[in-house]
Design a protein around this ligand. Structure first.
Ligand code: HEM
Length: 442
């Protein structure tokens, strides 16, 4: 039997070249690279969980505005393992965001982005952007009222961006208003475009890790000098390097197994987030909060003055992204040890404190749009029935007195629009007799 397995393995290996494919696993790495270095592999494993659970979910999910919500109810309540799979995909996403954050903080604090690993960092920053975009597009696929409202709010905000706002809002919605095209668009982006790009970037990122080798843990007083670094690194590997597999990989195996176990236990015992009501843009009983990893950013938008929201919404991520991308350009040599770069510790601590406090604020802050418009009194309305009264009611129900209300242009019925116009016109001049209620006329 053993001989049979050996023959089959040798035949397969000869024809396919499995051991050649696995050879990079045996690359020599610094033996001091210990527990701090596990977060990259953990991010990779979380990505694999996402791909596997996402493909399984796509077997039953129908990306049509009339059926998406129903298929998710079916997956959650009826399909075998459906609830578990949705849970895996949800906690897998959370794990990926947490691990990518830890990986980024570690490589930043260890100065691993310095010569010659600048492009490893740069491709990583792109991967961070794609990961967050996956979270945002995935949330809409839930196609419940919170998801739909989040997109309406995002499109409304994007519409306020100077110059490109209109185009951006139409691109997000796939037309003038949220609908079937919006869902198809987000499905295509979430399932084909972003994962495709991510496969390419992860491949490039890992290729760069192999090309430049895993960085040795930093030593205070031993700065990176691009002229001598490569020679010193090669000598270090010759002296004390170990093959990643099997000598060093055991820590990664332990952390990744614990990660998969935690995601599975959470998926089984807590399950996926409950679905909200089905989406209906004319119903305002929604609380459009994004999933936790984007909550801090929405809290920021809700807290800043309305005037600058449009600018901050698009400009802040662009500026932050650019800042992250140029870190290795500005700072590619010198000390790597965090003890000699106190500002690096301060940046990480302040980022954690800022995101953490915005996140806490995001749990309770009033939202933009603020749908809690105050009711209009009879005295203000001046009528108790008729078009002006109906218009006043709509004015309140659609939260016209609130902040940053979404565009209802395409979801209002013609009579509703007429009633709103009648009410608004009545603000300018005394009521005409035909607009007043019969009792007020008498
Ligand atoms: C899908 C996302 C990502 C995956 C799957 C991934 C995976 C990996 C893996 C497996 C390594 C090898 C060693 C290690 O774990 O340190 C690595 C190294 C590295 N990654 Fe990532 N990474 C991702 C995102 C990022 C991000 C967001 C950044 C920073 C902005 C980044 C920057 C780096 C750097 C600088 C290294 C070299 C570390 C060293 O040589 O010590 N990566 N990555």
């Amino acid at each position: 039997m053993k001989q049979l397995f050996k023959t089959v393995w040798l035949w397969l290996d000869d024809r396919i070249g499995i051991s050649v494919l696995l050879a990079p696993m045996k690359h020599i790495a610094p033996q001091d690279a210990k527990w701090w270095y596990v977060f990259g592999t953990a991010t990779l494993i979380a990505f694999v969980v996402q791909v596997a659970s996402g493909v399984a979910l796509a077997f039953s999910f129908i990306p049509s505005s009339s059926q998406a919500y129903e298929t998710l109810v079916f997956i959650t309540n009826t399909a075998p393992f459906g609830r578990f799979l949705r849970g895996l995909h949800y906690y897998g996403a959370s794990a990926m965001v947490l691990m990518i954050g830890a990986h980024m903080a570690q490589t930043f604090l260890f100065g691993s982005y310095k010569f010659p690993r600048e492009m490893t960092w740069t491709t990583g920053v792109c991967l961070l952007g794609f990961t967050l975009a996956m979270g945002f597009t995935g949330q809409l696929l839930r196609w419940d009222s919170t998801a739909a409202w989040s997109v309406v709010v995002a499109a409304e905000q994007a519409g306020r961006v100077p110059l490109v706002g209109d185009w951006l809002a139409r691109f997000i919605l796939g037309g003038n208003t949220i609908g079937g095209a919006t869902l198809s668009r987000f499905f295509a982006i979430h399932v084909f475009v972003l994962p495709g790009i991510m496969f390419g970037f992860i491949g490039l990122h890992l290729w760069l890790v192999l090309r430049h080798g895993i960085s040795e843990p930093p030593t205070a007083g031993k700065p990176v000098n691009p002229e001598t670094y490569r020679k010193e690194y090669d000598e270090l590997l010759k002296k004390s390097g170990r093959p990643f597999w099997p000598d060093l990989a055991w820590r990664d195996v332990i952390v990744c197994t614990a990660l998969i176990l935690t995601i599975s236990l959470l998926a089984h015992f807590i399950g996926p987030p409950p679905l909200d009501n089905p989406p209906d843009p004319s119903v305002l009983a929604a609380d459009p909060r994004p999933d936790w990893y984007l909550l801090w950013y929405f809290a920021l938008l809700a807290l800043i003055p309305v005037r600058i929201e449009g600018y901050v919404m698009i400009l802040m991520p662009v500026l932050l992204g650019m800042l992250l991308l140029i870190i290795p350009v500005l700072n590619h040599k010198g000390e790597r040890a965090a003890s000699r770069r106190p500002w690096a510790i301060a940046v990480v601590c302040l980022s954690v404190i800022m995101i953490g406090s915005l996140w806490i604020e995001g749990q309770q802050s009033p939202w933009s749009p603020n749908f809690q418009a105050l009711p209009l009194s009879d005295k203000v309305v001046g009528a108790t029935s008729g078009p002006v009264f109906q218009g006043a009611q709509l004015f309140h129900d659609k939260a016209c007195g609130g902040n940053n209300m979404p565009a209802f242009g395409s979801s209002l019925k013609p009579q509703e629009l007429d009633a709103l116009v009648a009410f608004l016109e009545s603000r300018k001049r005394p009521l005409r007799p035909q607009d007043q209620s019969p009792t007020a006329r008498n």
